[in-house]
Design a protein around this ligand. Structure first.
Ligand SMILES: Cc1cc2nc3c(=O)[nH]c(=O)nc-3n(C[C@H](O)[C@H](O)[C@H](O)COP(=O)(O)OP(=O)(O)OC[C@H]3O[C@@H](n4cnc5c(N)ncnc54)[C@H](O)[C@@H]3O)c2cc1C
Length: 518
């Protein structure tokens, strides 16, 4: 993926079939869908791909056990199908994990057991394996950190897990391979209209400040929690439709929660669920649900959200996890669809909504990462219909995602790079110094920094440390310590000077300090 070549396309292509605003899960899904149908497709992202909510999920590819309890069978069935497709089409970034719900009352394991058998049944042919009722002893063996006080056993079920930003970059690569043009750090600043109908957009290259006037037959608004801002840009009288809700995660060392299984706490004090999930050698704990008024790209965890997570997890563990054990913390904003009369975001539906405005703008929002493919399909169906494009069938159900590899050697440290791993190993063979780690506490080598710049459109130190690798999310202090080395490696590859290095390290430090617990 070559950003300069992509920018050139903005001048060269006279008129796009579909222009997509937003490079999160939804926009990237739409770009893969549109390009693979043969539509001339452009996607612009104001920051980096998945910089918004799509890098800050719980990392689950799931139907949503909680939504089953709410009776939303249709949504759960659809998401379970998508879970199965993702594990088939992108096995290098999405895999199966066993989850255990511990039970502390005799009825719980039967209650949850029956629900989870239904959950598994709904996944049909794409089932990931059987649900099992566990004895107390088996639960303790599989969850060595669990408190034995009043423990009666548990229920084991299968679900999916992924690396959200790695999947995002792989989707961007897939879209480009299908013929799309994708540009990060490129912001929609205005719509062009003829007779009240959108005929194009004005976008700005954020890195150079240069504006581009781009013509298009249809525009998709896939901007997550920024949906209303874009709709107001189209129509100043637009009434907001998104209720943003913040969710926070903390990351701790695996020694606090050893074993390969994940745990789900089925009811928190605010009636939600809480997960403890092994991820890249650490444990991700979360999440929360806090309604917010202000929409920002870099939301900050609140002290009470961190306390909430620690308080709940400590009820279940035999040794306390303390504030100082937190390696990183991160917050994301859910783009939930407003429902009149309901203020609590925890009870708002997680389905997605598609809207076509009088101007022709197609807006898609809500939903989840797991259902990004169907969201992309619905957005493109609507865009093609409203712009009277020649109807072409969607082919993404069986489209393999960039990096696809049939094997499952997840002991390989480059496993999540899939088919690209061979090229990265070649780079290391040619330059053995590339095998050196960027920091002793991080699992990433210098080769991955160079790879991210050369092949994954990483433009900043933050792109590399937060989303091409997941250093910032795994260990914020180590990521901050690695930043000068990463900046100088990038500068060498991108032909940048000392000032660029200094500026990048400073900018990264300003963002990264909010991932450190105070
Ligand atoms: C705490 C939390 C946990 C979650 N966990 C899970 C989970 O485990 N599994 C799951 O399936 N789902 C999960 N979700 C839901 C999922 O993460 C989101 O539904 C999904 O990421 C939303 O993607 P999106 O593309 O709609 O929005 P975003 O990822 O926010 O993307 C929108 C993009 O639009 C860009 N943009 C905005 N304005 C402009 C402009 N003017 N020009 C250009 N670009 C612009 C933004 O920069 C942003 O990158 C979770 C959500 C949260 C908050």
């Amino acid at each position: 993926m070559d950003r300069r070549r992509m920018l050139q396309q903005l001048n060269d292509v006279p008129r796009w079939d579909i222009i997509i605003i937003g490079g999160g899960a939804t926009g990237l899904g739409a770009a893969v869908d549109a390009a693979s149908r043969g539509y001339k497709t452009l996607l612009v992202e104001q920051s980096d791909f998945s910089k918004g909510t799509s890098s800050r999920s719980t990392k689950l590819v799931h139907g949503g056990v909680r939504y089953l309890a709410q009776g939303n069978i249709k949504m759960v069935t659809e998401a379970l199908k998508e879970r199965g497709l993702l594990l088939k089409n992108a096995p290098h970034v999405c895999h199966k994990v066993s989850f255990i719900i511990p039970s502390f009352h005799w009825w719980q394991k039967w209650y949850y057991g029956i629900g989870l058998i239904l959950y598994e049944t709904l996944s049909g042919k794409l089932s990931l394996g059987k649900t099992r009722i566990l004895s107390k002893k088996a639960t303790q063996q599989l969850l060595p950190a669990i408190s034995s006080k009043n423990l009666g056993g548990g229920v084991l079920y299968q679900d999916g897990q992924f690396d959200d930003s790695r999947l995002a970059i792989n989707l961007a690569q897939t879209a480009v391979e299908q013929g799309a043009t994708l540009i990060n750090y490129c912001k929609l600043v205005a719509f062009n209209k003829t007779a009240e109908h959108i005929t194009g957009v004005i976008v700005e290259d954020v890195l150079s400040g240069k504006p581009y006037f781009v013509h298009g037959k249809s525009v998709i608004n896939a901007t997550g929690v920024f949906t209303d801002k874009i709709m107001q840009m189209d129509n100043a009288a637009h009434q907001s439709m998104v209720s943003p809700s913040q969710g926070v995660h903390i990351v701790i060392d695996a020694k606090h929660f050893p074993g390969r299984q994940a745990m789900m706490i089925p009811v928190t004090d605010d009636g939600r669920v809480l997960f403890a999930v092994p991820w890249h050698g650490k444990i991700v704990l979360g999440t929360t649900d806090t309604p917010v008024d202000k929409v920002v790209l870099e939301p900050k965890p609140l002290k009470e959200e961190i306390d909430f997570i620690l308080h709940h997890i400590n009820r279940y563990l035999n040794a306390e996890v303390r504030h100082e054990d937190v390696r990183s913390m991160f917050a994301g904003l859910r783009p939930l669809i407003k429902v009149r009369g309901k203020k609590m975001t925890a009870i708002l539906p997680r389905d997605h909504t598609t809207l076509v405005s009088d101007s022709g703008l197609v807006t898609i929002t809500g939903g989840k990462w797991t259902t990004y493919r169907t969201m992309g399909k619905h957005a493109v169906d609507n865009a093609a219909f409203s712009a009277k494009l020649k109807m072409r069938p969607c082919i993404t159900e069986s489209l393999l995602i960039h990096g696809y590899t049939a094997g499952d050697d997840n002991m390989d440290p480059l496993f999540s790079y899939g088919s690209d791993a061979a090229e990265i190993y070649r780079l290391i063979k040619e330059q053995p110094a590339m095998a050196e780690k960027i920091h002793e506490d991080l699992p990433y080598t210098k080769a991955l920094v160079v790879w991210a710049v050369q092949h994954e459109m990483a433009m900043t130190v933050e792109d590399v440390l937060a989303r091409r690798t997941r250093a910032l999310f795994l260990d914020a202090a180590a990521a901050i310590a690695a930043a000068p080395l990463v900046a100088s490696l990038m500068a060498k590859t991108m032909n940048r000077n000392e000032d660029w290095i200094t500026q990048q390290v400073k900018e990264f430090g300003e963002i990264a300090r909010h991932y450190l617990i105070q």
